[in-house]
Design a protein around this ligand. Sequence first.
Ligand SMILES: Nc1ncnc2c1ncn2[C@@H]1O[C@H](COP(=O)(O)OP(=O)(O)OP(=O)(O)O)[C@@H](O)[C@H]1O
Length: 725
Amino acid sequence: MVVASKLFRKIKNTIIILKLLIENQSRFRKFLLASGISCSAAYFLYTFCLKLAKSVPKSQPAKKSKTNPTLNKQFFHELKYLCRIMFPHVFSKQSFLLFIHTLTLICRTFLSIYVAKLEGLLVRNIVQKNFLMFAKKLIQWLLIAVPATTCNSLIRYLESKLDLELKSQLVKRSHQFYFDKRVYYKIALKQSDECQVDQNLTEDIDKLTNLFVHLYSSLTKPLLDIIMITATLIGLAKSKNVNYMVPSLMALVVIGLTGMLIRKISPKFGKMAADVAKQKGYLRFLYGRIQTNSEEIAFYSGEKTESNLINKNYLLLKKKLELVHNNKFWYIIIEQFLLKYVWSAAGLSMISMPLLLSEKYSPKNQVQVEDEAAEISQRTEEFTMAKNLLSSGADAVERVMTSYKELTELTGFTRRVYEMFKLFETESRNSEKPIQISSNQKPKDIVSKDNDQIKPGLVYESDTVSSIIVDNINVMTPNGDVIVPSLSVKIDHGMNLLITGPNGCGKSSLFRILSGLWPLKAGVIQRPKLKDMFYVPQRPYLAIGTLRDQIIYPDRVEDMFLKRMNDADLMNIMEIVNLTSVVTREGGLDAVSDWKDVLSGGEKQRLGLSRIFYHKPKFAFLDECTSAISIDVEGKIYHTAINDYKITLLTIAHRYTLWQYHNYILQFDGIGNWKFEELNNNLDNRLNLKQEKDKLEKMLLTVASSKDRLQELCNILGESSIALE
Ligand SMILES: Nc1ncnc2c1ncn2[C@@H]1O[C@H](COP(=O)(O)OP(=O)(O)OP(=O)(O)O)[C@@H](O)[C@H]1O
């Protein structure tokens, strides 16, 4: 309240100074003065917003704000945060565009005042039947239309340019956050209807900058118009010795009262805009799911279930949009009644009052009137000019008032984009970087040193180490569920490891922790750098691009040349994974296609495996990635990777045909226990045990069906059997 009253006092003093100065300045000086005043006004507004924003306690990052988005301190705090991104510094391109935009708005205000005066003179010459002067003024009027229309178009052009620049700044910064430290993955883990990053990154940023720039224009120019027009009207009234205090007071009272009323009755457009955006985001997510899982849905003929879900959510969106439209309907009725009709009535009373009530003009300012007709023409000119100025002023105030609705909408989008940035920041801050082992430090020393006092979750990485050491780690999901309480293994280069266990026992989770996707909560890991470890999933990710891009992913063609690889090398790799026929079929390595759809399951897996021969990592994590590949091709790939490329394989597999390529086994039991042992020595023994297990399984299945048949026979014969007791 104190800050607001201070601001009001400052504005009032500024208007008084402006009025005094305007009366004594040339046009050019007036222009400079107006520019200075606009800048000062912008500065005061900025400091005012800063004061408001500073008084907001720093919100907990990424915590959803409990208050609804509205025009309050929190909004200014959020807008200040986003402005720092949109305007990186005073001399940035964005600030320059804003400056030019403001100058154009100032020019337009001066032109409006000039046109209003010119119209007054035109009417006066019509009344006086002065054809020559009328023609002269008409030409002037047409000439002024050239800069006026240029100004109008320039305002729109600068508006869209500024909008695009601000949007680009927000998008650039959000991409920096999003792709840094795998924030996109951490956010995907959280994916819920509360977290709609794709909607925030596209629609919300777009709407935010649109509204921001539009509001800047629809607030700055009208505010400047109001100041300049008020000063001109007061100047006019003073020059004619007419009392201007009563109309001014009347204007203030009418504007103040209608403003308060509009603020009071205004529905919560900010919250509604945020709700609609959220629902749109969820609908978009549902459509995306259909595309991603189209094949599975088609196999199950799940169209009805999916369309029901989408229709239900569309209806929810429709309801939310209807609520906005209904609220806008009655709000606009009241707003238009107050701003158009009440104001017009007040305006007409204001301008007619001096003319109706004044007895005569003062001798000092009165133009020498020779007859009554001349006096009437002069009055008509002044009336027309005052009416034009007043209607421009009323227009300006109306624009400020109608902007309130958009301002509240802006609060909704500001909240959504601000929360997205805060989420990115938090996820980025929570990412722990592995500790780098310097080249003169022996990896062994580090582990032995830390063994004395193990700190929770330490990951060491180095270019020089050729083993993966997992020391007393806790395998835990991001939800905090402990899968394996304590795991310790050492995998040296050349120790091909088979990882087995029942579903959900934590096999893939171990890979996620080793690759740094999931945080390490306890224990120590020492491993090579990520570039020396390559993960191949069961369903390989296929990128947008050529067939070549699929093999070298995530490298780009430039990286391929830097690695001194060429197409002939890639064709050799295709030979290893038996995909040369696919290269021919699809039209060469340059062929572009929707690879997810044109390749079979086995081809996709072989393409996924081709990447390990291109990247040649020290360790490859193979997560059931040969389940759709024939046993002979699988054998060829394993043989080449181990013997020719010297890649150490860590394989999760259920197929026992793969056992022969591994010399160690890590076996989980599904209840947190594990066993790590050599496989070489007891491979034959294990194979025998496996065969025996399969045989027993088959036998027991026959026993079960024999029991069913015996029961049937007993029922028919009406006898009992000792085998069933
Ligand atoms: N993103 C996740 N967030 C929370 N829990 C998860 C996540 N991914 C997996 N889990 C849980 O972690 C446990 C281990 O999953 P993991 O994928 O490691 O199993 P797995 O041993 O590889 O099983 P399978 O042989 O079926 O692939 C499971 O209980 C699973 O529900």
